[in-house]
Each structure stands twice: as C-alpha cells, then as structure tokens.
Design a binder for this molecule. Structure first.
Ligand SMILES: *Cc1c(COP(=O)(O)O)cnc(C)c1O
Length: 390
C-alpha cells in the first residue's frame, strides 16, 4: 500500500482486534473471502436500478452478483421467490429500517417499537432518531418483574394506540421472541408486523432461534452481527397484492439511495453461502452455548444477569446494582484497560443516563468465531469478575 499512514493504522487496528477479548455483542470477524469481495474491483461499478432494470450500461456481471445475493438470502432462510422478495441494496441496518417506514407508513403516523432503554434500537422510533421525528413512536417495554416481554401488555397498548406498523426484534434482549403472538397482536389492531432480526439473524440461520418468517410481513436485518458478513442490510417483504416489495424497492431507489455498493453486495453473497454450511450451524450452536456458560458463571460469581439469563448470543449485567456497584461506563472502561471490550448498556427501568447507564452488554459471537469454547467462557467470566470487583 502506498499510503503508509493509513496502512499503519490498519495494521494497528488488526493488532488491536487480535489482542483483545471481544465481547461486543454486535461485532464479529468476517472470513478472508468476505474481505476479498469487499476489497474487489466491484467497488468501481455504478448500476442504479435493479437486475435487468438499470440506468447504466455494463451491468451484466453485477446483475448476476445481485441476483445471486437475493437467491442466497432466500435460500438461507428457506424462502421461495413466489412468497418473499428481498432487497439487498440497503447500506446498513439503520437506513434499511428507515426505508421500510418511508415506504409503508405515512409521515407522522404511529410506529410501535420497544424503548431504547429496554433494549430497542434507535431506529425503532426513538426521539433522537429521524425515525422518531418523521413518525410517532408508540413505545412498549418489558415487564418490571421479569424484564421479559409482556405480550398482554403489548397487546393492550397496540389495541389502544392502533399503530400502522409494529416492530419486534431488539438490540439488547436475551430471550426468544414469540413471533406468533406478535402476529396476533398486529392483526388485532390492523398493523403490519416488521421483525428486525439484526442481532439474531445468524442464530435463525443456524437453527437455534425461532424464525420470524412464518409470521412477519417484513423482515429487516443487518448482515454484520451474528450473520458474520460485511456491514450491510437486507429487507425481506411478503409478496402479495399489497405490493410491499414494490413500495420498498422504489423507496430504496430512487427514494433514498443512488448506486448500489456491489462490492458489499458480493461480500454479503459470500457470507450468506458460508452461513448455509454445516460449520455455521455448529458455530451458531456454540455461540449460544458459550453465552449461557458466560451468564451462568457471572451469576454464580454474584452478578445480576438482566432477564435472569440468556437464550441468545448476548446478555446484560447490572453493574450498578442499585448504587452498590459501578456505573456501566466505568465498568466498560475498566474492562477495556484489562483487554476485554464490551459496551455500556441501559438496563430496563434504568435510573441512570444512556451515556453512563447501569449495566454492560456482553456477546459471544465474535469470540466464538475465534474458537472460544465453554472453558474459555469460564475464564472470561472470572476475569470480568476480578476486574470489576477491584
Ligand atoms: C444494529 C442494529 C440496527 C442498525 O444497524 P446499523 O448497521 O448499525 O445501522 C438496527 N436494528 C437493530 C435491532 C440493530 O441491532
């Protein structure tokens, strides 16, 4: 590389990534093949439009790549092209969610999503996100006693508020979601059901988390978390006479974006193929097993695990413990000094601010990619305990 400054910084970051224990729940390590596709000549090509319908010429090859990515996305989740359409062009998760609302929900109408502080994502209609300025969030949270979803309560809110769209699928929720129940709730108030599976898409692909596809109208996902691909996103929509797919495609282009990032789309296609392998199923199982061991060990050492445990790749611990402990930011900083990377995170009904909340979030997707097993999780739990009890 001629640019020595950037080359040096890339090397430094590679070293940092190798040196640390990475428990950031939204991160992962992609394969060499994914990196090769990302760094390929495909980045040079413009091709506004969709396969076979471009505003540019010279697109025969990229048409094949985009079509392959679509086919693989459907294949991975067991979907037929007759029933499901997929848009592989969103640049990342946030713009994908924005595009869905822009396509299907009239401006300033209600979208129902989980509160950020309880585990929802910014783009589920929080006030600081444009999704909360252009649309009105009807918030729901978890139950105060169990810190889990309370479907009766969610149903009550939905029937009273009549949102146009309900979002299920969260950024910090450690248990499985009853998508069937969400379908019933959406039907009871005449709303569309969108599942944002950004965090657990890899677990669905690996068969260790319930699939939202039998129940949702729209499924969005990032491709770079448990799915272990490049930074990108997918929007799946049910194909029927409501024409959700047509509205979404038009909103992505020409509505919001210009030329598709074909290098990124090719890298997504590579990751989707990898996720179909038996090795990936084994990986997904191990991610969940590791997380359970991590949660059990931390609980055994006296830490309060939010929701009382985990069924996924992530968990939150309450480090503040009602004032007896340390804030989430301090905890995350102390762990970073000890070579363990996590993020501070709110816990349900948090009494502290989002920038310095009461807890931290831990995930096992990245370390499992690097080969970590249950015994390593026990060691990591002991290390976390030692650092935070200092
Ligand atoms: C990560 C995430 C997103 C946004 O993804 P970005 O690629 O960071 O924009 C959206 N929804 C959920 C639930 C997420 O966890």
């Amino acid at each position: 590389m001629k640019d020595k400054q950037i080359q040096k910084l890339i090397k430094e970051e590679e070293k940092r990534q190798k040196r640390v224990i990475n428990l950031v729940a939204s991160e992962n390590y992609v394969s060499k093949d994914v990196l090769t596709a990302l760094g390929s000549a495909l980045t040079n090509k413009y091709g506004e439009g969709y396969p076979g319908k471009r505003y540019y010429r010279g697109t025969k090859v990229v048409d094949k790549i985009e079509t392959l990515a679509q086919e693989r996305a459907r294949m991975l989740f067991g979907l037929t092209p007759e029933e499901w359409s997929v848009n592989v062009q969103p640049l990342s998760g946030s713009p994908a969610n924005f595009a869905v609302y822009a396509a299907l929900v009239p401006l300033h109408e209600k979208i129902m999503g989980m509160l950020l502080s309880h585990g929802g994502h910014l783009t589920h209609g929080q006030k600081v996100s444009m999704t909360g300025k252009f649309w009105t969030q009807v918030p729901y949270g978890v139950s105060a006693s169990t810190e889990r979803l309370d479907y009766d309560e969610i149903e009550k809110i939905a029937i009273a508020e009549k949102p146009k769209l309900i979002i299920a699928g969260f950024t910090a929720y450690a248990h499985s979601i009853d998508f069937k129940r969400f379908r019933k709730i959406a039907d009871a108030c005449g709303a569309l059901l969108m599942v944002d599976m950004s965090h657990f898409a890899g677990l669905v692909a690996g068969g260790v988390y319930p699939s939202p596809f039998p129940y949702a109208d729209i499924v969005t996902t990032t491709t770079h978390k448990t799915l272990r691909g490049p930074r990108s996103a997918l929007i799946f929509s049910k194909r029927d006479d409501r024409e959700l797919d047509k509205k979404i495609d038009k909103t992505i282009l020409p509505g919001l974006q210009g030329g598709p990032h074909f290098n990124q789309i090719a890298a997504v296609a590579v990751a989707l193929k990898e996720a179909m392998s038996p090795a990936f199923k084994k990986y997904a199982r191990q991610v969940v097993k590791n997380c359970k061991v991590l949660a059990d060990e931390l609980a055994r050492l006296g830490w309060r695990v939010v929701e009382g445990g985990t069924e996924t790749h992530l968990l939150r611990i309450d480090t503040w413990q009602g004032g007896k402990g340390i804030g989430g930011k301090d905890a995350a900083n102390m762990l970073e000094d000890a070579g363990i990377i996590v993020n501070e995170n709110t816990i349900p009904f948090d009494t502290r601010k989002p920038l310095d909340p009461s807890g931290i979030r831990l995930g096992t997707a990245a370390e499992t990619t690097r080969g970590a097993k249950e015994k390593d999780m026990k060691k990591i739990a002991a290390k976390i305990d030692k650092v935070l009890k200092k």
